[in-house]
Write a protein that binds this ligand. Sequence first.
Ligand code: RP5
Length: 163
Amino acid sequence: MKAQVGLIMGSASDWSCLQHSASTLEALGIAFEVKVVSAHRTPDLLFDYAESAEARGLKLIIAGAGGAAHLPGMCAAKTHLPVLGVPVQSSMLSGVDSLLSIVQMPAGVPVGTMAIGKAGAVNAALLAASILGHQFPEYHAALKRWREEQTQAVLNNPDPRES
Ligand code: RP5
């Protein structure tokens, strides 16, 4: 199936975080592609990727990066697709640097900024399903199922000593 979501990250070292976007997209049945694209180390590749994304059929981009995390913002500057930014937890500043680099975009170039780390990576995939659900009813149904299962899992395990 043709990729609908582009999952990009600034370094292969970001995969331990962004794999949670990948597994959630998989669980929702959303076709996606994965690529390391660095705003700083491969800027020309980033421009190329973002500029060609829409024509290649992508509907949304999830971009994760850590530290001076310019990838989501620069990606958003070069495409009109929705861009969801995932701040990767950095070793020096625990991801606060990543979060602030991604969230504080100037008016005119929006990036949907998620939480730091795994929660943000999972939620980026769920939000992608929610955004694309208007165009693809199967994603809307998959998201509904995912949320119902989550609710049921909590209701089924009320006593934390047993989990
Ligand atoms: C950022 O620098 C990447 O997104 C990564 O989180 C961080 C460190 O990259 P590596 O030095 O581990 O490749 O561009």
